[in-house]
Design a protein around this ligand. Structure first.
Ligand code: HSE
Length: 441
């Protein structure tokens, strides 16, 4: 405990909060409720001096309750206020958040944000501005809600070469897949439940199609591999095509289906992709259920490491936002500012083209149930360098139709795609129902 807090630089750290929504109001409350506890720990008085909210009319009760704080609908009252040390941006989206953040950095202020869309798209520009002004931006809450991932990557794990990240980074899709498996709900029923419980994004397509997880992966991969990964670099495939049948065949084969965000450093090139995958039921990631998130890393000194927790929600996200504020405030000295972590993208690695990515595949096909069908299919796979690891045959409700479930050995995505195109032309193929990647992890 600090005996004399004032000897450790400035005592009061003034905060300007932009956005008093779901997360913003929780950050406000946390700092209020935990104020004395935080002060005892870090020897600093965290003070939210200005709150900017464009829709103050709807927050009358809140404003009345915390009369000691200055509320405004103009963010520049906080950004231009000389006494403010840290701007906390919690409005989300690209514009005007980008202007507010760069405006604050230009003024030499520190910035804390939870904005994954912005950091995944404009991270490089924002860091450039921070460095120019000898300040920093911290964004722990942008990935994995309450789970500390970015801070540990930039500090405790910083000595490691990270070669692999595998994350379950979207709670909504993990909830949907869990309900489909454990409660035999259809995709639509599970999505409806997720919406009802308030888990899905305003536009659930962002969750379902893998865009939310892709933003988070672009941010994590940039840090883990020390090279800027742009959101466009991330291959994306959502869970809209996953059916209960896929989940039950996967189960029979010893797998569970998860939406994974995978990043790997492959001999100095970066491979980044978000897609559903069959993973072994015994792997630790298979146990991550409902809206929980988890990220698994491999570092050359630490070995395997995994973080698990609440990937969304007001309280967990506020916990991460305030953790960043504390990282800045702990040794804060207004006259002797320092970079906390800074940008760690010091190399420029190429991205592995998705078609070259190597995967095992699960393939589900309905075929005419007659002699010679398997031989024809095997010939197409063989010609395209796709080797079959196992196959099971299932009955269908349709007379004369058999269902085949294949698991392939590792092959390049381009080989799989070319064999699917050829298979479609065979008269014995009734329908290629699904292809899903298999990750042995
Ligand atoms: N919609 C996100 C999820 C939460 O389902 O994980 C915020 O990132």
């Amino acid at each position: 405990m600090y005996k004399d807090a004032s000897s450790n630089g400035d005592l009061t750290v003034n905060i300007g909060l932009i956005g008093l929504g779901y997360i913003g109001s929780e950050v406000f409350k946390l700092i209020h409720e935990q104020h004395d506890y935080i002060m005892k720990k870090i020897g600093k008085d965290l003070k939210i001096t200005v709150v900017a909210e464009k829709d103050l009319g709807s927050r009358k009760e809140f404003v009345k309750k915390y009369k000691g704080t200055r509320f405004t609908d103009n963010p520049y009252e906080a950004i231009n206020d000389e006494s403010i040390d840290i701007i906390v941006e919690l409005i989300g989206g690209i514009d005007p958040a980008f202007e507010f953040i760069t405006g604050a950095l230009k003024k030499g202020k520190y910035v804390v944000t939870a904005n994954k869309d912005l950091m995944a798209r404009k991270g490089a520009k924002i860091f450039e501005e921070a460095e120019k002004n000898n300040t920093d931006i911290l964004f722990e809450a942008s990935v994995g809600g309450g789970i500390p991932i970015i801070g540990p990557l930039k500090s405790s794990l910083a000595s490691n070469n990270i070669s692999k990240i595998v994350g379950i980074l979207n709670g909504t899709t993990n909830f949907i897949l869990t309900k489909m498996k454990d409660n035999s709900l259809s995709f639509d029923e599970a999505l409806k439940m997720a919406k009802h419980l308030g888990y899905a994004e305003a536009n659930p397509a962002s969750d379902i199609e893998g865009n939310d997880a892709a933003n988070k992966l672009a941010i994590l991969a940039s840090i883990a591999f020390n090279s800027r990964v742009h959101i466009e670099d991330v291959y994306r495939e959502g869970i809209g095509n996953i059916s209960i049948s896929d989940i039950s065949y996967a189960d029979e084969l010893g797998y569970i289906i998860k939406l994974l965000a995978i990043g790997s450093d492959e001999g100095g090139k970066v491979n980044v992709r978000v897609h559903p995958a069959l993973i072994p039921k015994k792997h630790i990631l298979a146990s991550i259920k409902d809206t929980y998130n988890a990220v698994y890393f491999y570092g050359n000194y630490v070995g395997e490491i995994m973080s698990f927790g609440r990937g969304a929600g007001d309280k967990p996200t506020a916990s991460s936002v305030v953790g960043d504020i504390i990282a800045i405030a702990r040794n804060y000295d207004r006259n002797n500012k320092r970079i906390i972590y800074g940008c760690t993208c010091f190399t420029d690695k190429q991205i592995v083209p998705f078609m070259e990515t190597i995967n095992k595949f699960y393939i589900l096909i309905d075929v005419t149930d007659k002699t010679g069908v398997l031989a024809k299919i095997a010939q197409v796979f063989g010609k395209n360098n796709v080797s079959i690891q196992s196959m099971i045959q299932k009955q269908t409700d349709v007379k004369g139709t058999a269902r085949l479930v294949f698991i392939t050995h590792d092959t390049a995505n381009k080989n799989l795609y070319s064999s699917i195109e050829e298979l479609k032309k065979l008269d014995v193929i009734k329908e290629i129902i699904n292809t899903i990647r298999v990750e042995e992890l």
